[in-house]
Design a protein around this ligand. Structure first.
Ligand SMILES: Nc1ncnc2c1ncn2[C@@H]1O[C@H](COP(=O)(O)OP(=O)(O)OP(=O)(O)O)[C@@H](O)[C@H]1O
Ligand SMILES: [Mg+2]
Length: 260
């Protein structure tokens, strides 16, 4: 087995004339918080879409625990133990916190539609197990008091947390978070950092995209920097921010920063 949970080898994708990800090779050790940073349009989300099977690369390969997953679609990637959150929060509107997490946990259990249809013993006992599992997750992440509330009535910080707990509910070992601190206030960001550190302590590997440098500095063990689809540096926070090419990449595009 590979010593890395995730590796890419010369990964590229082109959209028409744009090379959105350009020959990116990276290796992620298990159990760390790995940060992917870079200016707007650098190719970060596209990288996530490649790694989770949403896009197929034009070139290059992706390995999960040494196994080539380049050709797998999103469902197969998820079944292997990889989960993600999106840049714009995607929760089921008008559903409770409990329901949002319960739905995610479906993918990890084995009963078939036919069992549900006939409301079989197996279905009933799996439903029971699932509810128990979701209740335990809510308890563990201190959300029991919110479980019957509508997800869309809750503050951004809580909505992010629901998304993250939902990602965990699939049983994933490797979790991708796309700008988890976007739209959060400083208190919510601190709480988010504590949650991500807790996931690391539980043995999960976290791969996150983030513009909030306080968060990146505070929790990332290793960082890769993208600019115009290319990897321009990797290493610790101190190392990458002292690289003049990284500083220029940010300064050069700060004026174009225009998203929420
Ligand atoms: N499906 C697509 N079709 C065409 N171009 C795309 C597609 N997806 C991404 N791109 C382009 O790829 C480039 C990288 O976009 P991406 O969303 O990955 O950037 P990002 O680093 O996540 O930026 P941000 O920080 O603003 O979220 C952009 O030029 C974008 O327009
Ligand atoms: Mg993005």
């Amino acid at each position: 087995m590979s010593q890395y949970i995730l590796q890419t080898d010369q990964l590229s994708i082109k959209f028409g004339g744009i090379v959105a990800v350009n020959q990116v090779s990276l290796s992620v050790k298990p159990g760390i918080i790995f940060g992917l940073i870079g200016p707007n349009g650098a190719g970060k989300t596209t990288m996530f879409n490649l790694l989770t099977g949403i896009y197929k690369p034009t070139e290059g390969k992706i390995f999960f625990k040494g196994e080539d997953i380049t050709a797998l679609g999103p469902h197969k990637v998820s079944a292997l133990g990889i989960s993600r959150t999106f840049q714009n929060i995607r929760l089921l509107k008008d559903h409770t916190v409990f329901e949002n997490i319960m739905l995610a946990s479906h993918t990890s259990l084995s009963y078939k539609f036919i069992d549900a249809l006939f409301y079989s013993k197996k279905y009933k006992s799996e439903e029971y197990e699932k509810k128990k599992f979701v209740n335990e997750l809510l308890e563990k992440y201190e959300m029991t008091h919110l479980k019957e509330l509508n997800a869309n009535d809750l503050p951004q910080g809580i909505q992010r947390k629901i998304e993250i707990v939902r990602a965990i509910a699939t049983g994933a070992e490797l979790i991708f978070l796309d700008e988890p601190a976007a739209g959060l206030n400083p208190v919510e960001t601190d709480e988010l950092m504590d949650l991500v550190k807790k996931l690391k302590e539980e043995g999960k590997t976290i791969f996150l995209i983030e513009h909030d440098m306080k968060l990146v500095k505070g929790i990332c063990d290793e960082i890769t920097v993208l600019n115009f689809g290319k990897k321009i540096d990797q290493g610790t926070y101190e190392k990458v921010i002292s690289n003049s090419e990284v500083v220029e990449a940010y300064l050069g595009r700060r004026k174009q920063h225009a998203h929420g």
